[in-house]
Ligand binder design. Structure first.
Ligand code: RUQ
Ligand code: CUA
Length: 756
């Protein structure tokens, strides 16, 4: 396209369109029912509008977190957590490599994770939207994600477990993040034969201390309760009257050790022989005091409270629970704990008050083999409700006493009243529901409205894509008397085990960093420079580049090193504009970074092979995005340059004048847009103000090439005059592009003319 045509297009106005179709036409053509249309209307989010809730779903084997909106079920982002993720540069730039390296185990870098249960940070038991925690079941680890930028900031390895499952769950002010072991193993490292299972193998429950100020877990102030080898599973924290306590269930309290190859019945038989398992009740406030008093023992440098100490101090009790449970869920008022056993049709409602009374009265039915007092089930139980087959996990409604429990075997969701102990409604889902979630449904302030069923099998729901199916999240309307299925959403990124949903308005993510920020440490990046300060520093064997990115060039544009040099490239995105991310790669060197406005990252590599390696921006950031490139050259050692540089096209006075005319025409378009915008109340629209600022920045940047053009023209240096005129025009195009975006935005939002 010629430049003049481009300018003409910039000035063009879009005509409106009309659909010429009725709802009835569409219903008929697509074979839709009234019910379908109703469901569609309840989930459709028109262009420009946003969702009411944001879901953070585990990404299972992807080691990531999936973020999507409700009710639209539109995926918004995948958060890189335990696994390298190239779009975000995670695991490819130096800063994020350090975060991933924190998760190394046994001297090995671990590049995958099995994420299961996300938890949002809480204040007074309510979601505060500041942090997200998620566990890795495969490699016992916990990650901290800051919801100001949705980036993973920290990974901590559990120093005493060999696997885990029961995390993340937070205490009401995010004082601690709970993580329970799964498969019993010695807390110390090293070999212990399975014959010594009962004596030497142990379970545990870790309370990771979270420091909100720094936004990091403090391993030194964290501790674990040593627990019997019962395969501890999920937990929940007490709240309100049960504040200070935690509840953790278990399976395989039989302590059965399988071994099919030795002729023994398998784990699954021996681990489900008894009718009950144990709900563990721990007092974390006591635990914290014991650690402070120096009474914990150190295992692998980590504070561990031995079973006998916890028992002596009244910080650890057991209650039998229905067998093979998954999910210990504290009611929003903190008075009850709901536990379902997948191999029992009943869901149990335990009363915290009754548990406390039994403890106060020292009324126990006995002790387990490790000396932990057992409270009789009947002394702790408030109600026992028959919900269906395979009850698994419970969440709560805005309506007092209303709960929702997933029924894995029945493939149903049961709505029931835990105060009256009766079932209210049931809805079938497809198929084998694991966890479910309601909006803020495990906080003290559930929001009702929607429920999502996290189904294990999709079978016949979607277009087939081979033997490996996506997972199926089903959105259900729970606002009425009857639950109504609204939407099937395939999730194709690992098995999402659990998810949490928060009111979108509670989240306050930023749109840019303070210029020069290392986003993984929240500190100023030592490699950051401002415009005009870019440089290449050479030391023997080492080259360090301090560069910048702004539409549409990378400074420097040529980097030459010698074979064998160790190269570090620091890059700062100088943009202030929203969504002006630049990416950076050097072809063939396995290097990539995502550099959002204000961020500084570094990439590091060895120049192993002589050659020519183009580098470029990997995000389509402007009309001149393709030109946002440069050359990385690796010279042979001791190479001496020959004289004379390559000449590009030569420009004449006519070329210069043609470009100059284009610039003048472009300026007219810009002036027209500016006049239109400033004649409206655009200042009432913060997003428009930001766009106007960005456009103004571009025009300011245009001043320097314009000056250089004028100087060159004065000297009749038509070559440089033409090139600088072209550079001036690049800035004009960007300004015009942004200006038109602002104009369209203002038109859509109904900006009004202000009277002169
Ligand atoms: S889980 S349903 Cu880890 Cu709770 Cu898979
Ligand atoms: Cu920056 Cu494309």
């Amino acid at each position: 396209m010629s430049r003049n045509r481009f300018v003409a297009l910039l000035a063009a106005v879009l005509a409106g369109t009309s659909w010429g179709q009725t709802l009835q036409d569409v219903m008929k053509a697509r074979n839709l029912t009234q019910q379908d249309l109703l469901a569609a209307a309840k989930t459709y989010v028109p262009t420009g509008k946003r969702d009411d809730f944001i879901v953070f779903s585990s990404g299972g084997q992807s080691g990531q977190v999936i973020v999507y909106g409700v009710p639209s079920m539109r995926i918004l982002k995948y958060l890189a957590v335990f696994t390298p993720e190239p779009w975000q540069g995670y695991g490819f730039d130096e800063e994020s490599k350090k975060v991933l390296a924190e998760g190394s185990m046994n001297g090995k870098q671990i590049t995958w994770g099995d994420t299961h249960h996300p938890a949002i940070s809480e204040t007074d038991g309510k979601y505060d939207g500041q942090f997200l925690f998620i566990n890795d079941k495969a490699n016992p680890r916990m990650a901290v994600i800051d919801l100001r930028d949705f980036e993973t900031k920290q990974i901590v390895v559990n120093p005493v477990y060999k696997s885990e499952h029961g995390g993340a769950f937070v205490t009401p002010n995010s004082e601690y993040v709970m993580e329970a072991a799964q498969y019993a193993a010695p807390l110390e490292s090293g070999y212990v034969p399975l014959d010594e299972f009962n004596d030497k193998y142990r379970g545990g429950l870790t309370y990771w201390k979270f420091d909100r100020g720094s936004g990091r877990i403090k391993p030194d102030e964290s501790f674990s309760f040593e627990l019997p080898p019962y395969s501890q599973d999920l937990s929940d924290s007490g709240k309100g009257p049960s504040m200070g306590w935690g509840f953790t269930n278990s399976f395989c309290s039989e302590r059965y050790v399988g071994g099919i190859e030795l002729g023994r019945p398998p784990f699954e038989a021996g681990c489900s022989a008894k009718d009950t398992d144990f709900l563990h009740i721990t007092n974390w406030q006591k635990g914290a005091e014991l650690v402070k008093a120096g009474k914990a023992k150190k295992i692998n440098g980590h504070n561990v409270i031995p079973i006998d100490l916890a028992v002596k101090e009244g910080a650890l009790f057991l209650v039998p629970e229905p067998k093979s449970p998954h999910g210990a869920d504290v009611t929003p008022d903190g008075k009850f704990i709901i536990v379902s056993g997948k191999l029992d049709t009943h869901t149990m409602v335990y009363s915290f008050e009754k548990i406390q009374k039994a403890i106060a009265d020292k009324k126990f039915e006995g002790k387990d083999p490790y000396g932990i007092p057992i409270i009789a089930m009947k002394d702790a139980l408030q109600a026992q409700v028959e919900l269906g087959l395979g009850p698994l996990h419970t969440q709560f409604d805005k309506k007092p006493c209303w709960a929702y429990t997933s029924l894995y075997v029945d493939s149903q969701v049961a709505r029931w009243d835990y105060c009256q102990g009766k079932v209210l409604d049931k809805l079938s889902v497809h198929y084998n529901i694991g966890h479910l979630l309601t909006m803020e449904g495990d906080s003290v302030d559930p929001k009702g409205r929607y429920l999502i069923a996290l189904n294990k099998l999709a079978i016949d729901r979607f277009n087939p894509v081979g033997p490996l199916h996506p997972q199926n999240h089903q959105l259900i309307d729970i606002s009425g008397d009857k639950m109504q299925l609204l939407y099937d959403m395939p999730l194709p990124l690992g098995e999402p085990h659990y998810a949490v949903a928060i009111s979108a308005s509670t989240l306050k993510p930023g749109v840019r960093y303070k210029v020069g920020t290392n986003s993984r440490t929240d500190q100023k990046h030592p490699g950051a420079v401002r415009a005009g300060e870019e440089k290449i520093v050479r030391n023997p064997g080492k080259v360090e580049v301090f560069g910048t990115l702004i539409r549409s060039h990378i400074t420097p544009e040529i980097i030459e090193v010698e074979k064998g040099d160790e190269v570090t490239i620091n890059l700062t995105n100088l943009e202030r504009a929203q969504d002006e991310t630049h990416g950076f790669t050097v072809s063939g060197l396995n290097v990539h970074a995502s550099i959002e406005p204000g961020k500084t990252v570094s990439v590091k590599f060895k120049a192993e092979k002589e050659g020519v390696y183009p580098y470029y921006c990997t995000e389509f950031c402007s009309a001149l995005h393709l030109e946002m490139m440069g050359y990385f050259l690796v010279k042979p050692k001791g190479y001496v340059a020959k004289a004379g540089a390559a000449k590009a096209v030569e420009y004449t006075k006519a070329d210069y004048e043609k470009q100059f005319k284009t610039n003048q025409d472009t300026q007219k378009v810009i002036d027209g847009v500016v006049a239109w915008i400033t004649s409206t109340n655009f200042k009432d629209f913060p997003d428009a103000v930001a766009l106007v600022e960005d456009a103004t920045d571009q025009l300011k940047a245009a001043e320097e090439p314009k000056k250089k053009m004028e100087e060159a023209a004065k000297k009749e240096d038509w070559q440089n005059a033409t090139l600088w005129a072209g550079q001036w025009w690049q800035y004009q195009v960007k300004a015009a592009d942004i200006g038109l975006r602002a104009k369209t935005y203002l038109e859509q939002k109904g900006a009004k003319p202000t009277k002169k």
